[in-house]
Design a protein around this ligand. Structure first.
Ligand code: 5AD
Ligand code: SF4
Length: 471
Protein backbone atom coordinates (compact mmCIF):
# COMPACT_ATOMS: atom_id res chain seq x y z
CA UNK A 1 0.00 0.00 0.00
CA UNK A 2 1.33 3.44 -0.91
CA UNK A 3 1.46 5.91 1.96
CA UNK A 4 -0.54 9.10 1.73
CA UNK A 5 0.34 12.44 3.26
CA UNK A 6 -1.56 13.03 6.48
CA UNK A 7 -2.43 16.60 7.40
CA UNK A 8 -1.82 17.50 11.02
CA UNK A 9 -3.96 20.32 12.36
CA UNK A 10 -4.03 23.95 11.31
CA UNK A 11 -1.63 26.73 12.16
CA UNK A 12 -1.95 30.17 10.60
CA UNK A 13 1.73 30.96 11.13
CA UNK A 14 2.95 27.75 9.45
CA UNK A 15 1.03 28.28 6.20
CA UNK A 16 3.27 31.09 4.77
CA UNK A 17 6.39 29.07 5.61
CA UNK A 18 5.00 26.12 3.66
CA UNK A 19 4.89 28.36 0.57
CA UNK A 20 8.68 27.96 0.49
CA UNK A 21 8.08 24.26 -0.16
CA UNK A 22 6.32 25.19 -3.38
CA UNK A 23 9.23 27.51 -4.28
CA UNK A 24 11.68 24.63 -3.81
CA UNK A 25 9.47 22.35 -5.93
CA UNK A 26 9.40 25.07 -8.61
CA UNK A 27 13.22 25.16 -8.66
CA UNK A 28 13.26 21.39 -9.22
CA UNK A 29 10.62 21.62 -11.97
CA UNK A 30 12.60 24.37 -13.73
CA UNK A 31 15.62 22.03 -13.72
CA UNK A 32 13.51 19.20 -15.19
CA UNK A 33 13.72 17.23 -11.94
CA UNK A 34 10.22 15.82 -11.55
CA UNK A 35 8.48 12.45 -11.81
CA UNK A 36 10.98 9.61 -12.22
CA UNK A 37 13.72 12.19 -12.31
CA UNK A 38 12.70 13.76 -8.96
CA UNK A 39 15.59 14.59 -6.60
CA UNK A 40 16.03 12.21 -3.67
CA UNK A 41 15.70 12.83 0.08
CA UNK A 42 17.16 10.75 2.89
CA UNK A 43 16.40 11.22 6.59
CA UNK A 44 18.65 9.71 9.24
CA UNK A 45 16.82 9.47 12.57
CA UNK A 46 18.35 8.93 16.02
CA UNK A 47 16.61 8.56 19.36
CA UNK A 48 13.08 8.07 20.56
CA UNK A 49 9.67 7.58 18.97
CA UNK A 50 9.07 11.33 19.20
CA UNK A 51 11.98 11.83 16.83
CA UNK A 52 10.63 9.13 14.53
CA UNK A 53 7.30 10.94 14.47
CA UNK A 54 9.06 14.26 13.79
CA UNK A 55 10.97 12.61 10.93
CA UNK A 56 7.65 11.59 9.37
CA UNK A 57 6.78 15.30 9.32
CA UNK A 58 10.17 16.12 7.79
CA UNK A 59 9.46 13.46 5.15
CA UNK A 60 6.07 15.10 4.49
CA UNK A 61 7.84 18.43 3.96
CA UNK A 62 10.37 16.79 1.60
CA UNK A 63 7.50 15.44 -0.52
CA UNK A 64 5.93 18.91 -0.64
CA UNK A 65 9.30 20.24 -1.80
CA UNK A 66 9.25 17.81 -4.74
CA UNK A 67 11.73 15.24 -3.39
CA UNK A 68 11.20 11.46 -3.49
CA UNK A 69 12.47 9.12 -0.77
CA UNK A 70 15.65 7.16 -1.56
CA UNK A 71 17.05 4.21 0.36
CA UNK A 72 20.65 5.37 0.81
CA UNK A 73 22.27 8.75 1.58
CA UNK A 74 24.57 8.27 -1.45
CA UNK A 75 21.52 8.64 -3.73
CA UNK A 76 20.15 11.73 -2.01
CA UNK A 77 20.10 15.39 -3.05
CA UNK A 78 18.83 16.40 0.39
CA UNK A 79 19.98 14.75 3.62
CA UNK A 80 18.33 15.63 6.93
CA UNK A 81 19.71 14.27 10.20
CA UNK A 82 17.31 14.19 13.15
CA UNK A 83 19.52 13.99 16.24
CA UNK A 84 19.09 12.91 19.87
CA UNK A 85 20.77 14.32 22.99
CA UNK A 86 19.50 12.04 25.74
CA UNK A 87 22.92 10.46 26.37
CA UNK A 88 26.43 11.30 25.24
CA UNK A 89 26.57 8.15 23.13
CA UNK A 90 23.61 9.37 21.01
CA UNK A 91 25.36 12.67 20.28
CA UNK A 92 28.62 10.92 19.40
CA UNK A 93 26.82 8.62 16.97
CA UNK A 94 25.11 11.53 15.22
CA UNK A 95 28.35 13.51 14.96
CA UNK A 96 30.12 10.48 13.53
CA UNK A 97 27.45 9.95 10.83
CA UNK A 98 27.48 13.66 9.97
CA UNK A 99 31.28 13.37 9.71
CA UNK A 100 30.89 10.57 7.14
CA UNK A 101 28.63 12.77 4.99
CA UNK A 102 31.66 14.92 4.13
CA UNK A 103 32.58 12.33 1.48
CA UNK A 104 29.11 12.64 -0.04
CA UNK A 105 29.42 16.40 -0.25
CA UNK A 106 32.88 16.03 -1.83
CA UNK A 107 31.45 13.62 -4.43
CA UNK A 108 28.34 15.71 -5.09
CA UNK A 109 28.74 19.38 -4.07
CA UNK A 110 25.08 20.12 -4.82
CA UNK A 111 23.81 17.85 -2.04
CA UNK A 112 22.15 19.86 0.76
CA UNK A 113 22.73 18.65 4.33
CA UNK A 114 20.65 19.91 7.27
CA UNK A 115 20.76 18.83 10.92
CA UNK A 116 17.83 19.04 13.33
CA UNK A 117 16.60 17.55 16.58
CA UNK A 118 17.53 17.66 20.24
CA UNK A 119 21.32 17.82 19.81
CA UNK A 120 21.16 21.07 17.82
CA UNK A 121 18.75 22.70 20.23
CA UNK A 122 21.87 23.35 22.36
CA UNK A 123 24.05 26.34 21.59
CA UNK A 124 27.31 24.49 22.10
CA UNK A 125 26.47 21.83 19.52
CA UNK A 126 25.15 24.37 17.01
CA UNK A 127 28.42 26.29 17.06
CA UNK A 128 30.40 23.05 16.77
CA UNK A 129 28.47 22.14 13.62
CA UNK A 130 28.81 25.65 12.24
CA UNK A 131 32.55 25.79 12.81
CA UNK A 132 33.73 22.21 12.30
CA UNK A 133 31.33 20.85 9.67
CA UNK A 134 31.47 23.41 6.81
CA UNK A 135 29.46 21.16 4.48
CA UNK A 136 26.37 21.33 6.75
CA UNK A 137 24.10 24.03 5.29
CA UNK A 138 21.76 24.58 8.21
CA UNK A 139 20.49 23.45 11.59
CA UNK A 140 16.92 23.64 12.86
CA UNK A 141 15.82 23.02 16.42
CA UNK A 142 13.01 20.78 17.64
CA UNK A 143 10.39 23.55 17.62
CA UNK A 144 11.33 24.83 14.18
CA UNK A 145 10.63 22.11 11.62
CA UNK A 146 8.31 24.48 9.78
CA UNK A 147 11.37 26.50 8.69
CA UNK A 148 12.95 23.59 6.82
CA UNK A 149 11.52 24.49 3.35
CA UNK A 150 12.78 28.06 3.77
CA UNK A 151 16.22 26.77 4.81
CA UNK A 152 16.38 24.36 1.85
CA UNK A 153 15.25 27.12 -0.52
CA UNK A 154 17.96 29.38 0.85
CA UNK A 155 20.62 26.67 0.46
CA UNK A 156 19.56 25.89 -3.13
CA UNK A 157 19.60 29.54 -4.11
CA UNK A 158 23.12 30.08 -2.84
CA UNK A 159 22.22 31.85 0.42
CA UNK A 160 24.37 31.91 3.56
CA UNK A 161 24.56 28.90 5.90
CA UNK A 162 22.05 29.23 8.73
CA UNK A 163 22.57 28.26 12.36
CA UNK A 164 19.83 29.87 14.43
CA UNK A 165 18.32 28.71 17.71
CA UNK A 166 14.74 29.86 17.26
CA UNK A 167 13.61 28.93 20.80
CA UNK A 168 10.12 28.65 19.35
CA UNK A 169 8.10 25.94 21.01
CA UNK A 170 5.13 25.55 18.74
CA UNK A 171 2.85 22.56 18.28
CA UNK A 172 4.11 21.62 14.83
CA UNK A 173 0.50 21.96 13.67
CA UNK A 174 -0.15 22.22 9.99
CA UNK A 175 2.86 20.19 8.85
CA UNK A 176 2.10 17.32 6.50
CA UNK A 177 3.27 13.90 7.64
CA UNK A 178 4.41 10.92 5.56
CA UNK A 179 4.03 7.84 7.77
CA UNK A 180 6.84 5.26 7.47
CA UNK A 181 4.32 2.45 7.80
CA UNK A 182 0.67 2.73 6.81
CA UNK A 183 -0.42 0.21 9.47
CA UNK A 184 1.68 1.19 12.53
CA UNK A 185 1.40 4.91 13.23
CA UNK A 186 2.82 7.46 15.63
CA UNK A 187 0.53 10.26 16.73
CA UNK A 188 2.09 13.11 18.74
CA UNK A 189 -0.43 14.51 21.20
CA UNK A 190 1.84 16.72 23.26
CA UNK A 191 5.35 18.07 23.27
CA UNK A 192 7.87 19.02 25.92
CA UNK A 193 8.22 18.26 29.60
CA UNK A 194 7.81 20.22 32.84
CA UNK A 195 9.27 17.65 35.19
CA UNK A 196 12.95 18.58 35.20
CA UNK A 197 14.20 15.23 36.41
CA UNK A 198 17.69 16.21 37.52
CA UNK A 199 19.53 14.01 34.97
CA UNK A 200 17.42 14.82 31.92
CA UNK A 201 18.12 17.17 29.02
CA UNK A 202 14.61 16.89 27.52
CA UNK A 203 12.97 19.92 29.21
CA UNK A 204 15.84 22.07 27.89
CA UNK A 205 15.76 20.80 24.31
CA UNK A 206 12.02 20.26 23.87
CA UNK A 207 10.63 23.09 25.98
CA UNK A 208 7.62 23.18 28.30
CA UNK A 209 4.60 20.89 28.04
CA UNK A 210 2.03 21.86 25.46
CA UNK A 211 -0.88 19.71 24.34
CA UNK A 212 -2.46 19.61 20.94
CA UNK A 213 -6.20 20.36 20.85
CA UNK A 214 -8.41 17.27 21.18
CA UNK A 215 -10.10 17.93 17.85
CA UNK A 216 -6.77 18.08 15.97
CA UNK A 217 -5.68 14.76 17.51
CA UNK A 218 -8.97 13.04 16.74
CA UNK A 219 -8.97 14.31 13.17
CA UNK A 220 -5.43 13.00 12.66
CA UNK A 221 -6.41 9.62 14.18
CA UNK A 222 -9.36 9.49 11.78
CA UNK A 223 -7.09 10.11 8.79
CA UNK A 224 -4.54 7.54 9.97
CA UNK A 225 -7.28 4.91 10.33
CA UNK A 226 -8.65 5.76 6.88
CA UNK A 227 -5.08 5.38 5.56
CA UNK A 228 -4.90 1.82 6.97
CA UNK A 229 -3.47 2.37 10.48
CA UNK A 230 -4.15 -0.64 12.71
CA UNK A 231 -1.79 0.19 15.57
CA UNK A 232 -1.61 3.80 16.76
CA UNK A 233 0.76 5.01 19.47
CA UNK A 234 -0.04 8.31 21.15
CA UNK A 235 3.24 10.08 21.82
CA UNK A 236 4.55 12.66 24.23
CA UNK A 237 7.47 13.01 26.65
CA UNK A 238 4.97 12.92 29.47
CA UNK A 239 1.88 11.70 27.73
CA UNK A 240 -0.34 11.24 30.75
CA UNK A 241 -0.25 14.90 31.69
CA UNK A 242 -2.02 15.61 28.38
CA UNK A 243 -4.32 18.61 28.78
CA UNK A 244 -5.71 19.59 25.38
CA UNK A 245 -9.36 19.90 26.39
CA UNK A 246 -9.66 16.57 28.21
CA UNK A 247 -7.18 14.29 29.97
CA UNK A 248 -5.39 11.34 28.37
CA UNK A 249 -8.10 8.90 29.54
CA UNK A 250 -10.84 11.03 27.95
CA UNK A 251 -8.80 11.43 24.76
CA UNK A 252 -8.17 7.70 24.43
CA UNK A 253 -11.84 6.89 25.02
CA UNK A 254 -12.80 9.30 22.25
CA UNK A 255 -10.30 7.82 19.83
CA UNK A 256 -11.49 4.30 20.72
CA UNK A 257 -15.01 5.40 19.77
CA UNK A 258 -13.86 6.02 16.18
CA UNK A 259 -14.97 3.33 13.79
CA UNK A 260 -12.42 0.80 12.62
CA UNK A 261 -10.43 -2.22 13.66
CA UNK A 262 -7.37 -0.73 15.36
CA UNK A 263 -5.39 -0.70 18.59
CA UNK A 264 -4.27 2.19 20.69
CA UNK A 265 -1.05 2.54 22.72
CA UNK A 266 0.56 5.49 24.53
CA UNK A 267 3.99 6.45 25.78
CA UNK A 268 5.79 7.68 27.85
CA UNK A 269 4.09 8.05 31.21
CA UNK A 270 5.28 9.53 34.48
CA UNK A 271 4.26 7.55 37.58
CA UNK A 272 2.99 10.68 39.34
CA UNK A 273 0.36 11.13 36.60
CA UNK A 274 -0.68 7.49 36.16
CA UNK A 275 -4.26 8.21 37.23
CA UNK A 276 -6.99 5.74 38.18
CA UNK A 277 -9.00 7.15 35.26
CA UNK A 278 -6.28 6.12 32.82
CA UNK A 279 -5.93 2.66 34.36
CA UNK A 280 -9.72 2.21 34.24
CA UNK A 281 -9.86 3.31 30.60
CA UNK A 282 -7.23 0.69 29.80
CA UNK A 283 -9.29 -1.99 31.54
CA UNK A 284 -12.58 -1.01 29.90
CA UNK A 285 -11.62 -0.06 26.36
CA UNK A 286 -11.01 -3.11 24.25
CA UNK A 287 -8.93 -1.17 21.72
CA UNK A 288 -6.35 -0.02 24.29
CA UNK A 289 -3.37 -2.39 24.35
CA UNK A 290 -2.86 -3.87 27.81
CA UNK A 291 0.66 -2.52 28.15
CA UNK A 292 1.80 0.22 30.49
CA UNK A 293 5.28 1.70 30.14
CA UNK A 294 5.88 3.23 33.56
CA UNK A 295 9.54 4.21 34.02
CA UNK A 296 10.73 3.84 37.61
CA UNK A 297 14.38 4.96 37.00
CA UNK A 298 15.51 3.75 40.46
CA UNK A 299 14.14 1.78 43.41
CA UNK A 300 15.89 3.86 46.08
CA UNK A 301 13.90 6.67 47.73
CA UNK A 302 17.11 8.62 48.31
CA UNK A 303 18.07 8.45 44.63
CA UNK A 304 14.50 9.12 43.48
CA UNK A 305 14.59 12.31 45.53
CA UNK A 306 17.94 13.35 44.04
CA UNK A 307 16.47 12.61 40.61
CA UNK A 308 13.49 14.89 41.42
CA UNK A 309 11.05 12.12 40.48
CA UNK A 310 8.41 13.04 43.09
CA UNK A 311 7.40 9.50 44.09
CA UNK A 312 8.77 6.81 46.39
CA UNK A 313 9.24 3.07 46.08
CA UNK A 314 5.96 2.59 47.99
CA UNK A 315 3.87 5.08 46.02
CA UNK A 316 5.22 3.63 42.76
CA UNK A 317 4.35 0.10 43.84
CA UNK A 318 0.89 1.31 44.81
CA UNK A 319 0.33 2.34 41.15
CA UNK A 320 1.59 -1.04 39.93
CA UNK A 321 -0.76 -2.87 42.31
CA UNK A 322 -3.72 -0.77 41.20
CA UNK A 323 -2.79 -1.50 37.58
CA UNK A 324 -2.46 -5.24 38.10
CA UNK A 325 -5.74 -5.44 40.06
CA UNK A 326 -7.65 -3.46 37.44
CA UNK A 327 -6.13 -4.76 34.19
CA UNK A 328 -5.67 -8.54 34.40
CA UNK A 329 -2.57 -9.85 32.64
CA UNK A 330 -1.25 -6.35 31.88
CA UNK A 331 2.34 -6.09 30.60
CA UNK A 332 4.38 -3.51 32.49
CA UNK A 333 7.70 -2.15 31.24
CA UNK A 334 10.13 0.38 32.64
CA UNK A 335 13.20 2.56 32.14
CA UNK A 336 16.01 2.33 34.68
CA UNK A 337 19.15 4.40 35.12
CA UNK A 338 22.19 2.72 36.65
CA UNK A 339 24.98 4.69 38.32
CA UNK A 340 23.18 7.96 39.05
CA UNK A 341 25.51 10.23 41.12
CA UNK A 342 25.69 9.01 44.70
CA UNK A 343 24.18 5.58 43.94
CA UNK A 344 25.50 3.09 46.53
CA UNK A 345 25.36 -0.68 46.43
CA UNK A 346 22.35 -0.48 48.76
CA UNK A 347 20.56 1.96 46.42
CA UNK A 348 21.25 -0.34 43.49
CA UNK A 349 19.86 -3.32 45.39
CA UNK A 350 16.65 -1.33 45.92
CA UNK A 351 16.47 -1.03 42.12
CA UNK A 352 16.80 -4.81 41.77
CA UNK A 353 14.03 -5.11 44.36
CA UNK A 354 11.63 -2.86 42.47
CA UNK A 355 12.33 -4.93 39.32
CA UNK A 356 11.35 -8.13 41.14
CA UNK A 357 8.28 -6.64 42.78
CA UNK A 358 6.99 -4.81 39.72
CA UNK A 359 7.64 -7.98 37.68
CA UNK A 360 8.40 -6.13 34.46
CA UNK A 361 7.95 -7.77 31.07
CA UNK A 362 10.85 -5.68 29.85
CA UNK A 363 13.24 -3.01 31.10
CA UNK A 364 15.14 -0.43 29.05
CA UNK A 365 18.24 0.18 31.11
CA UNK A 366 20.81 2.93 30.74
CA UNK A 367 24.10 3.82 32.38
CA UNK A 368 23.84 7.38 33.69
CA UNK A 369 25.33 9.89 31.26
CA UNK A 370 26.04 13.42 32.57
CA UNK A 371 24.29 16.06 30.43
CA UNK A 372 25.68 19.56 30.30
CA UNK A 373 23.36 22.06 32.01
CA UNK A 374 21.40 19.52 34.08
CA UNK A 375 21.65 19.60 37.92
CA UNK A 376 22.84 15.97 38.18
CA UNK A 377 25.91 16.70 36.05
CA UNK A 378 27.16 18.95 38.86
CA UNK A 379 26.34 16.54 41.71
CA UNK A 380 29.02 14.95 43.83
CA UNK A 381 29.62 11.21 43.86
CA UNK A 382 29.73 10.50 40.12
CA UNK A 383 29.90 6.70 39.92
CA UNK A 384 32.99 5.21 38.21
CA UNK A 385 32.29 3.51 34.88
CA UNK A 386 33.50 0.07 36.08
CA UNK A 387 31.04 0.16 38.99
CA UNK A 388 28.12 1.17 36.72
CA UNK A 389 29.03 -1.49 34.15
CA UNK A 390 29.21 -4.20 36.78
CA UNK A 391 25.81 -3.14 38.17
CA UNK A 392 24.39 -3.03 34.67
CA UNK A 393 25.39 -6.61 33.95
CA UNK A 394 23.72 -7.77 37.19
CA UNK A 395 20.60 -5.83 36.24
CA UNK A 396 20.56 -7.38 32.76
CA UNK A 397 20.79 -10.92 34.08
CA UNK A 398 17.94 -10.31 36.53
CA UNK A 399 15.93 -8.75 33.73
CA UNK A 400 16.48 -11.76 31.46
CA UNK A 401 15.37 -14.08 34.27
CA UNK A 402 12.18 -12.10 34.95
CA UNK A 403 11.33 -11.56 31.27
CA UNK A 404 11.87 -15.23 30.40
CA UNK A 405 9.41 -16.24 33.10
CA UNK A 406 6.92 -13.50 32.19
CA UNK A 407 7.15 -14.31 28.48
CA UNK A 408 6.62 -18.05 29.01
CA UNK A 409 3.03 -17.33 30.13
CA UNK A 410 2.19 -16.80 26.48
CA UNK A 411 3.35 -20.25 25.34
CA UNK A 412 0.43 -22.20 23.89
CA UNK A 413 -1.79 -19.13 23.79
CA UNK A 414 -3.28 -17.67 20.63
CA UNK A 415 -2.59 -13.94 20.19
CA UNK A 416 -4.14 -11.53 17.76
CA UNK A 417 -1.12 -10.20 15.90
CA UNK A 418 -0.76 -7.31 13.51
CA UNK A 419 1.45 -8.59 10.66
CA UNK A 420 3.99 -5.78 10.37
CA UNK A 421 6.44 -6.94 7.69
CA UNK A 422 9.01 -9.53 6.59
CA UNK A 423 11.31 -10.64 9.43
CA UNK A 424 14.78 -9.06 9.22
CA UNK A 425 16.47 -12.34 10.21
CA UNK A 426 14.50 -14.78 8.08
CA UNK A 427 12.89 -13.79 4.77
CA UNK A 428 10.47 -16.73 5.03
CA UNK A 429 8.96 -15.39 8.24
CA UNK A 430 6.81 -12.38 9.07
CA UNK A 431 7.18 -10.20 12.14
CA UNK A 432 4.19 -8.86 13.98
CA UNK A 433 3.00 -7.01 17.02
CA UNK A 434 0.81 -8.84 19.51
CA UNK A 435 -0.72 -7.27 22.58
CA UNK A 436 2.43 -7.56 24.69
CA UNK A 437 5.71 -5.90 23.94
CA UNK A 438 7.75 -8.52 22.11
CA UNK A 439 7.89 -8.96 18.35
CA UNK A 440 6.31 -12.22 17.19
CA UNK A 441 7.82 -14.18 14.30
CA UNK A 442 5.55 -16.50 12.34
CA UNK A 443 5.15 -18.14 8.95
CA UNK A 444 2.47 -16.68 6.73
CA UNK A 445 1.94 -15.34 3.26
CA UNK A 446 3.21 -11.73 2.92
CA UNK A 447 -0.25 -10.77 1.60
CA UNK A 448 -1.43 -10.61 5.24
CA UNK A 449 0.97 -7.73 6.04
CA UNK A 450 -1.03 -4.86 7.46
CA UNK A 451 -3.79 -7.17 8.75
CA UNK A 452 -4.60 -8.84 12.05
CA UNK A 453 -4.06 -12.60 12.17
CA UNK A 454 -4.32 -15.18 14.95
CA UNK A 455 -0.98 -16.67 15.88
CA UNK A 456 -0.50 -19.62 18.23
CA UNK A 457 2.64 -19.01 20.30
CA UNK A 458 4.95 -22.05 20.18
CA UNK A 459 8.11 -20.71 21.76
CA UNK A 460 9.09 -17.65 23.77
CA UNK A 461 12.56 -16.30 24.49
CA UNK A 462 13.88 -13.16 26.16
CA UNK A 463 13.54 -10.91 23.14
CA UNK A 464 10.93 -12.44 20.83
CA UNK A 465 8.21 -15.06 20.39
CA UNK A 466 7.74 -17.63 17.65
CA UNK A 467 4.42 -18.97 16.52
CA UNK A 468 2.22 -20.32 13.79
CA UNK A 469 -0.61 -18.59 12.03
CA UNK A 470 -3.96 -20.23 12.62
CA UNK A 471 -6.31 -20.57 9.68
N1 5AD B 1 21.58 9.28 31.37
C1 5AD B 1 21.10 8.02 31.20
N2 5AD B 1 19.82 7.77 30.89
C2 5AD B 1 18.99 8.81 30.74
N3 5AD B 1 17.67 8.87 30.45
C3 5AD B 1 17.32 10.16 30.40
N4 5AD B 1 18.36 10.96 30.68
C4 5AD B 1 19.42 10.14 30.90
C5 5AD B 1 20.78 10.36 31.23
N5 5AD B 1 21.27 11.58 31.41
C6 5AD B 1 16.84 7.67 30.27
C7 5AD B 1 15.67 7.64 31.25
C8 5AD B 1 14.51 7.96 30.37
C9 5AD B 1 14.93 7.35 29.06
C10 5AD B 1 14.19 7.84 27.87
O1 5AD B 1 16.30 7.69 28.97
O2 5AD B 1 15.58 6.33 31.75
O3 5AD B 1 13.30 7.41 30.85
FE1 SF4 C 1 13.13 13.64 31.10
FE2 SF4 C 1 11.85 13.28 33.44
FE3 SF4 C 1 10.68 14.69 31.45
FE4 SF4 C 1 10.98 12.04 31.18
S1 SF4 C 1 9.73 13.08 32.75
S2 SF4 C 1 11.43 13.61 29.62
S3 SF4 C 1 12.93 11.66 32.23
S4 SF4 C 1 12.54 15.27 32.58
Amino acid sequence: MRNSLISTGIDESTAPLLEYAESVAALHRAAGKTGDNAPGFFIQTFGCQQNEADSEKLAGLCVLMGYARVARPEEADLILVNTCAIREHAEKKALSIIGQYKHLKDANPSVVIGVGGCMVTQELRVSKLKNSYPYVSFTFDTGAMQYVPKLVYNALSGGKRSFILTEEWNLNEGLPSLPESPHSAWLSIMYGCNNFCSYCIVPYVRGRERSRPVQAVIEEARQLIANGAKDITLLGQNVNSYDGGTDIAGLMRRICALEGDFRLRFMTSHPKDASDRLIEAMAEEEKIVKHFHLPVQSGSDRILKAMNRRYTFDSYMDRIRKLRETVPDVSVTSDIIVGFPGETEEDFEATLRVMREADYDMVYSFIYSPRNGTPAARMEGQVPREVSSERMSRLLSLEAEISDRRNSRFEGRTLRVLADGISKNDPDMLTGKGDPVRPIHFKADPSVIGRFVNVKIKKTSTFSFEGEKEE
